[in-house]
Design a protein around this ligand. Sequence first.
Ligand SMILES: [Zn+2]
Length: 61
Amino acid sequence: MSGLSLKVKITKLKVDGQWVDAKMCLQCKTYKPLDHFHNEKHGIGGKKAKCKKCRQHRYES
Ligand SMILES: [Zn+2]
């Protein structure tokens, strides 16, 4: 199904000498490896839009 206007795409990030799948967090605008995001069945790359750190911060405040 096309026509989606999602701006976030999966990219590659080098971590400890290895290329891993990453995407930009919608909140902190930082590219992070996918394992920094919670799983989301319908999210991009199977992950939520905001990273774990941003979501945690939201719950703390
Ligand atoms: Zn974030």
